[in-house]
Design a protein around this ligand. Structure first.
Ligand SMILES: C[S@@+](CC[C@H](N)C(=O)[O-])C[C@H]1O[C@@H](n2cnc3c(N)ncnc32)[C@H](O)[C@@H]1O
Length: 339
C-alpha cells in the first residue's frame, strides 16, 4: 500500500492524483481537517472516491495519519500545506469533485480578518480547480464569519446553493466535527452551506506555477570573493508580482563560493533558499541555485539569480555577463539596497 502521508517537495505542479492514489476516481478534499475524524468518516463512507486531507498543523497531520492507518483505509492521503497553495500549485483546473471546509479558523479580531480563508477571491480560485457541478460544503459556528461567508457566496458568480436558502442552521446527517461540537455545546448557532460550482466556464487568473531548467548566469569580474563579500549588503528587488530579498551571505568552507540566503515570495509559493556565487577560475563566476532543501526553480528564482548577477556586474566597470539561461529582459531587473 502507498504511504498515507504525502511529501510536499516530491509533488509535481500540478499533481497527477490518479498516480498518487494509484487509481482513477473523483477527488474529494477536506481543508483544515483538524482532528481527522470527519476525514476518516468521509473516506469510509465514500470508498469509490480519492480523499485528500490538507492541514497546516503538523501535530494534526500526525494524528490524522495514525487514524487513517488504524482504520486501514487505502483511499485517503494527508498533506501538510496551505489550502491556497494546494489549490493553485497542486491541483489542475477542473480536477476536484468535492470540497469540505469544516469550521475554518474565524480570526475574529479586526487586524486578523485578512487571514480568513473564505472570501470572494478564494472562492474564485476554488471554482477554477473544481469540476463543473462540483460540490462545496462549508460549516462555521462563528456568527461574524458566517456573515462574511454568506456575503462572499452570494456575491460570487461561480457557485450556487444546492438548498433553497443560502445556508441552514441544522445538519444532523453528517458526522459532527470537534469544533462543531464545541460550538454547539457553548450554545452557538452553526451555519451550514451546501453549494455547487456552476456549469458555466470560470475565467482562470490563477495559473499553476511553472518550474524551469536549473537557472544560471556565468560572468566575468576582476573582483575576488573577498572583495565581493566586502561589498555585499542586504538587498531586494522591486518587482510587483515577485518579492525577492537577499539576506545573509556566507563563505563556503572550501573557500571558492559565497552562499546567499534568499527569500522569494510569488503567490502561491514562498521559498527560503540559497543562491551560490562560485568561482570557477580567477575572474570567472557562476551564479546558480543551491539544491539544499528541495528548491523549486520558479520564475522568482530566475529573477533572483538575474538580480544577483546584475548587482555583481554593477560593482566593476570591467564586469560583464558571459552567458546565461534566463529570459534576457530579466537581466535588467533593479536591486534596491535595504536601508
Ligand atoms: C478551527 S479548526 C477546525 C478543525 C476541524 N475541521 C473541525 O471542524 O474540528 C481549523 C483548522 O484549519 C487549519 N487551517 C487553518 N488555515 C488553514 C489553511 N490555510 N490551509 C489548511 N488548513 C488550515 C488549522 O490548522 C485548524 O486545524
Amino acid at each position: 500500500m502507498l504511504s498515507t502521508l504525502l511529501h510536499n517537495h516530491l509533488l509535481s505542479w500540478p499533481v497527477d492524483w490518479t498516480a498518487v492514489f494509484d487509481r482513477e476516481a473523483p477527488l474529494i478534499i477536506e481543508i483544515g481537517f483538524g482532528g481527522g475524524h470527519f476525514l476518516v468518516d468521509l473516506a469510509q463512507r465514500r470508498p469509490l472516491a480519492n480523499v485528500l486531507g490538507v492541514e497546516i498543523s503538523l501535530p494534526a497531520l500526525d494524528k490524522a495519519q495514525r487514524k487513517v492507518q488504524t482504520a486501514a483505509l487505502s483511499n485517503v492521503r494527508v498533506l501538510q500545506s496551505d489550502a491556497r497553495y494546494l489549490l493553485q500549485a497542486l491541483c489542475a483546473p477542473e480536477s476536484i469533485a468535492e470540497v469540505y471546509i469544516n469550521f475554518p479558523d474565524p480570526w475574529p479580531k479586526a487586524r486578523q480578518l485578512h487571514r480568513r480563508l473564505i472570501n470572494e477571491e478564494f472562492l474564485h480560485l476554488l471554482a477554477t480547480r473544481m469540476v463543473p457541478g462540483g460540490l462545496l460544503d462549508i460549516g462555521t459556528d462563528h456568527a461574524d464569519y458566517a456573515l462574511a461567508i454568506t456575503e462572499a457566496l452570494e456575491a460570487t458568480p461561480y457557485f450556487h446553493s444546492r438548498l433553497a436558502t443560502t445556508f441552514v442552521t441544522e445538519d444532523n446527517e453528517r458526522l459532527r466535527t470537534k469544533y462543531e461540537q464545541i460550538g454547539l455545546d457553548e450554545g452557538r448557532i452553526c451555519h451550514y452551506y451546501k453549494w455547487a460550482r456552476r456549469e458555466t466556464a470560470v475565467p482562470n487568473p490563477y495559473p499553476v506555477p511553472k518550474e524551469f531548467p536549473m537557472p544560471h548566469v556565468v560572468l566575468h569580474t576582476p573582483m575576488d570573493l573577498d572583495a565581493i563579500q566586502a561589498r555585499y549588503g542586504r538587498m531586494r528587488t522591486n518587482d510587483e508580482a515577485r518579492h525577492v530579498s537577499f539576506m545573509e551571505l556566507f563563505r563556503a568552507n572550501e573557500g571558492d563560493a559565497l552562499f546567499v540566503e534568499t527569500y522569494i515570495k510569488e503567490e502561491p509559493v514562498a521559498q527560503r533558499l540559497g543562491l551560490v556565487i562560485r568561482q570557477r577560475e580567477p575572474g570567472n563566476y557562476v551564479i546558480s541555485l543551491h539544491e539544499l532543501g528541495f528548491p523549486r526553480p520558479t520564475v522568482g528564482v530566475q529573477l533572483a539569480i538575474a538580480a544577483l548577477a546584475r548587482w555583481l556586474v554593477s560593482l566593476d566597470d570591467e564586469a560583464h555577463i558571459l552567458h546565461h539561461n534566463l529570459p534576457s529582459q530579466m537581466l535588467e531587473v533593479d536591486v534596491i539596497h535595504a536601508a
